[in-house]
Design a protein around this ligand. Sequence first.
Ligand SMILES: Nc1nc2c(ncn2[C@@H]2O[C@H](COP(=O)(O)OP(=O)(O)OP(=O)(O)O)[C@@H](O)[C@H]2O)c(=O)[nH]1
Length: 408
Amino acid sequence: MAAGKTDTGGSTELSWRAEFHDPALEALFRRTMQAHDACQMRHALWVAAGLFLAFSVADYHLLGFSNAFFVLITTRTSVALACLLLALALRKRTALAQRPLPINLICLLGISTLLLTIPLRPAPDGIHLASIVVASMALYLFVPNRLPWMLIWNVYLVTGFAIVVPLWDPLPGGLMATSLLLLGFVNLLGWMSVLRLNRLQREQFASLLEERAINRQLQAEIEERSQLEERLRYMACTDDLTGIANRRRFFELAERELRRAQRDHSPLVLCMVDIDLFKSLNDRHGHAVGDIVLSTVAGCCQSVLRETDIIGRYGGEEFVIALPKANLYTATTIAERLRERVASLSLPMVPDRHALSVTVGISRVEPGETRLDPALLRADQALYDGKARGRNCVVVAHHGPSLSAMEA
Ligand SMILES: Nc1nc2c(ncn2[C@@H]2O[C@H](COP(=O)(O)OP(=O)(O)OP(=O)(O)O)[C@@H](O)[C@H]2O)c(=O)[nH]1
């Protein structure tokens, strides 16, 4: 496997036993596989317990109720019980699958019992060899991630076989050599299979980690882009200085309200708000103070409006407000409240307490008007009327005999 790096910087290089060189990565792999390993080992232990007990039936047929039978059934039952206990314990504590002690104890008991059958139970030559071969493969394949330990137990198994067989049931020289060669080959096969399995599992795990890292990176990029988009959208719609809608956004929202008003035959009123003598304020106190006054007045406007009302910066020191479902009387009340609030403002950077005031021009959208421009023009005209009348006032554009200019 080509050596790579995980996103945490760990190397995915494998050791001679096909485990990760990086101990942290190996520990992570084992933790990830823990439940799976425990499940696999539990099944193997159930099968092993069943097999050990099942062979007692064969022992009985071969030995009857002899001493040898009782020794064998005792050891077989001990192994089976140990297997069952560990299988039950693994159900609750999956971490036991990766602890060497319990499984090593069972290996010791199981292999010793298997070797004990050679002197205690007479059987044709091939039967003992076959059970050793099966046990050897089982050790390699069913005990996960314990390759060096399983090699040690296999050495015990083969060495035991090589010692016990000549002592109790000697084989012809050629047959013994063939058996040992066969066992050597079985070990090689088991070893290679486990190496291959370990390598495949870890390669898959490393790819999974890599994939997750790429996904996380993509997720972060997507989030960054959507934040950027959100920011751009905000910037495209908002006036930088005051934080209220810019002119483009105001028209977008107000035109939507106009269509709704036409549909529902409900009123829509527009107000133009202009800060009085702003040029002289700018000249006297500087542009920076002018900016603060602009955003303070914008805040005042917002404070007198309902959530459904729309406010935007029309340009310079002029604001525009759309009041859906409001008649001229309501609009005038709101504008008066705004005018009073601005007049009562006391800003530390503007020493003259009465310096701040606004003039408001008001006009309603007449039935049948499909654009905002005519009403805006009338509100603007009313605003200039207000300026001509001395400022700091609210003026309603002439709509009919019932409504005349209203001054503060
Ligand atoms: N500080 C600041 N000043 C601005 C901004 N936009 C426009 N202005 C200033 O606003 C002032 C507008 O002044 P005018 O249109 O002459 O009107 P005014 O002085 O308010 O007089 P009246 O409207 O007749 O009461 C100009 O001096 C502009 O430079 C801004 O974003 N910040």
